[in-house]
Ligand binder design. Structure first.
Ligand code: NAP
Length: 496
C-alpha cells in the first residue's frame, strides 16, 4: 500500500500494534508551522495507558521478529529506504511545515536518514557471535549475539527524521521491537511518519509502536517503563540526565546523545576562504539549530578583524524568511521560547561588552504575527564567559572569540562541560592534528566544520554531551547482547 503523505492527512492517531488508534482520552496537540504560525495538524496527546499499550504490543511482537532470518530483516529496512526515496518530496514539504526546515535541511535530512537506514540494513548479516578458547580442558566457549528486546527511542525536534531513523532502523534491523516517542515539536516527521513509511514494508504488526504526547506528561512513564530494555535518547543534557536516571533505575541501557557547545578554531595560517565557507555553513544552516553546529568561533588575533568583517558580510548575504520559499537560507526558529531565549543570550552578551556586528533582531515576514525568523547574528569581542558563548545557544548566532596562541585556543575550546563536536582550520596539518587531539570532544574535524554524521562511523559525545555511541557496530553493541554458551565435550575434573 502506498500512502499519500501530506500535512492535510489525518495524523491524529497513535500507531500501536499495526493500527492507527485514538489516544485513550481523545485529547490532541496542535502542530504549528513555524514559518506561518498557523496550526497545520493535530496529533494525539497520549496517556500512560496508551504508553502501556505500546509496550505491551512491542513485547508481544519482539520474539518472533527477532527470530526472522537476517535476509528478511534486511529486506524490510531496504523497503523502508525505498519508501523514503519514493516520498522524498512529500517528506521535505512536511519538514518545512512542521519544523521550519529549509529545502537544504529537508534534502539533507533525507540523505542522512537513508544513510542510517542503509547501514542498518547491513546489521542483520553482521550480528556475529564469537568463539573463545577455554582454559578448561575439553570446553568450547560460544558467544551468541541477539537483540536486547524492546528499544525505547526518544527523539528531538531539530533534525527529527534522521535522528529518529538513526535509532529506529538499527534497533529493528537487529531484531528488537521499538516504542518511539518523538518531540512535541515534531510529532509527525520524528514519529508518526515512520508508521506510514513502515506500512509500505513487510514489518510485522507491533514491532514499531509510536506514541505522541508531551514529555512532561508521559516522558517519565516511557523512560522508566519496566518493559524497556534500552532507552535511546537524543535531546538536551538536562532532560537526558533525568531520563538516564530513570532508565538506570530500571536497568535499561541508557544510550544518550545530548547537547553541545562546539568550538571552531581558526589558526593564523588557515586558508581563510575555506574557513569562512565552513563557518558560514555550520553557524547558520537550519538556523543554527543543530547539536553539532558551531557555537563558538575561536580565531587567531592576527586574522581576527578580517575574519569578523568577512563573516559579517557573509551573514548579511544570507536570504532570510519563510522556509516555504525555495531560496531561503535561514528560516524560522522552532518556537517563541527558543527564539526569545536566544535573543536574550545576544542581549546579555552585548551588555557584557561584546559588539553586535550584524543581526540580533527578529525579521518580520508579511502576514505573519510575531515572526520566528531571527537575522543571522555575528558578535565580536566575545569572551568565553559571555552567555552567547557559554550556553548552547541553538540559533543563528556566531560569537567570535580571539586567541593569541594555540594553548589558549585549546583552553578556551575545552572550557565547557560539553564535548560533542568541533573543528580546526590550519594549513599545517601537524598543528591541526595536535589541536584536534587536545580538544576534549567526541568528534572533531580538520579543515572542515563540525556538522558531520556518517552512519558507518561511530558518533559520540563526551562529558555533558552524552554516554555511548551511535552508528554502526558501536550502536549495535548497545541494542544487542551476547550470551555465553559453553559446551563441555569431555568429562571435567571436579575434584574438591
Ligand atoms: P529536549 O527538550 O531535551 O527533548 C528531547 C526529547 O525528550 C523530546 O522528545 C521531549 O519531548 C522528550 N522529553 C522531555 N521531557 C521528558 C521526560 N521527562 N522523559 C522523557 N522524555 C522527555 O530536547 P529538544 O529541545 O527536543 O532538542 C534540542 C536538544 O537536543 C539540544 O540540546 C541539542 O543539542 C540536542 N541534540 C543532540 C544531538 C546529539 O546527537 N548529541 C542531536 C540533536 C539534538 P517533548 O518535546 O514532548 O518535551
Amino acid at each position: 500500500m502506498t500512502n499519500d503523505l501530506t500535512i492535510d492527512d489525518d495524523w491524529n492517531a497513535l500507531y500501536i500494534d499495526g493500527d492507527w488508534v485514538s489516544s485513550e482520552e481523545g485529547e490532541s496537540l496542535a502542530v504549528e508551522d513555524p514559518s506561518t504560525r498557523e496550526v497545520v495538524a493535530e496529533v494525539p496527546s497520549a496517556t500512560e495507558a496508551d504508553v502501556d499499550a505500546a509496550y505491551e504490543s512491542a513485547v508481544a511482537a519482539q520474539e518472533k521478529w527477532g527470530e526472522q532470518l537476517p535476509a528478511q530483516r534486511q529486506a524490510v529496512i531496504q523497503q523502508l529506504m525505498e519508501a523514503v526515496d519514493e516520498h522524498s518530496d512529500e517528506i521535505v514539504e512536511l519538514l518545512t511545515e512542521e519544523v521550519g526546515g529549509t529545502h537544504v535541511m529537508g534534502h539533507t535530512s533525507i540523505h542522512i536518514a537513508n544513510d542510517h537506514a542503509g547501514e542498518a540494513a547491513t546489521l542483520p548479516r553482521r550480528m556475529k557471535g564469537e568463539h573463545a578458547d577455554s582454559n578448561i580442558p575439553g570446553k568450547e566457549n560460544l558467544l551468541k549475539r541477539g537483540p536486547k528486546g524492546v528499544v525505547t527511542v526518544i527523539s528531538p525536534w531539530n533534525f527529527p527524521l534522521n535522528l529518529s531513523m538513526r535509532a529506529v532502523a538499527p534497533a529493528i534491523a537487529a531484531g528488537n521491537s521499538v516504542v518511539l516517542k518523538p518531540s512535541t515539536n515534531s510529532p509527525i516527521t520524528g514519529g508518526l511518519l515512520f508508521g506510514k513509511l513502515f506500512e509500505e514494508t513487510d514489518l510485522p504488526d507491533g514491532v514499531l509502536n509510536i506514541v505522541t504526547g508531551r514529555g512532561s506528561e508521559i516522558g517519565d512513564s516511557i523512560a522508566s517503563h519496566p518493559e524497556s530494555d534500552v532507552v535511546s535518547f537524543t535531546g538536551s543534557t538536562e532532560v537526558g540526565q533525568h531520563v538516564a536516571g530513570l532508565a538506570g533505575e530500571n536497568l535499561a541501557v541508557p544510550a544518550m546523545e545530548l547537547g553541545g557547545n562546539n568550538a571552531f578554531i581558526v589558526t593564523r595560517d588557515a586558508d581563510l576562504d575555506n574557513a569562512l565557507d565552513a563557518a558560514t555553513f555550520a553557524s547558520f544552516v537550519h538556523q543554527g539549530q543543530v547539536c553539532i553546529s558551531i557555537n563558538r568561533h575561536i580565531v587567531h588575533e592576527d586574522i581576527y578583524d578580517e575574519y569578523v568583517e568577512r563573516l559579517t558580510e557573509r551573514a548579511e548575504e544570507l536570504i532570510t524568511g519563510s522556509a516555504h520559499k525555495p531560496d531561503t537560507d535561514v528560516g524560522p526558529i522552532i518556537d517563541e521560547s527558543q527564539r526569545d531565549e536566544m535573543l536574550e543570550y545576544v542581549e546579555s552578551t552585548i551588555e557584557a561588552g561584546a559588539t553586535l556586528e550584524t543581526g540580533g533582531e527578529i525579521v518580520n515576514i508579511d502576514d505573519v504575527d510575531d515572526s520566528l525568523v531571527v537575522a543571522p547574528t555575528v558578535l565580536s569581542d566575545v569572551t568565553n564567559e559571555m552567555s552567547a558563548a557559554c550556553n548552547e545557544h541553538f540559533g543563528p548566532i556566531a560569537p567570535v572569540i580571539p586567541f593569541s596562541d594555540v594553548d589558549e585556543a585549546v583552553e578556551i575550546a575545552n572550557d565547557t562541560e560539553y564535548g560533542l563536536s568541533g573543528a580546526v582550520h590550519a594549513d599545517d596539518l601537524a598543528v591541526a592534528k595536535d589541536i584536534a587531539e587536545r580538544m576534549e570532544t567526541g568528534n572533531v574535524h580538520i579543515n572542515d566544520q563540525p556538522i558531520n554524521d556518517e552512519a558507518h562511523v561511530p558518533f559520540s559525545g563526551i562529558g555533558a554531551s552524552g554516554m555511548g555511541s551511535y552508528n554502526s557496530d558501536a550502536f549495535l553493541h548497545e541494542i544487542t547482547e551476547t550470551k555465553w554458551i559453553s559446551i563441555q565435550h569431555e568429562p571435567r575434573d571436579y575434584s574438591l
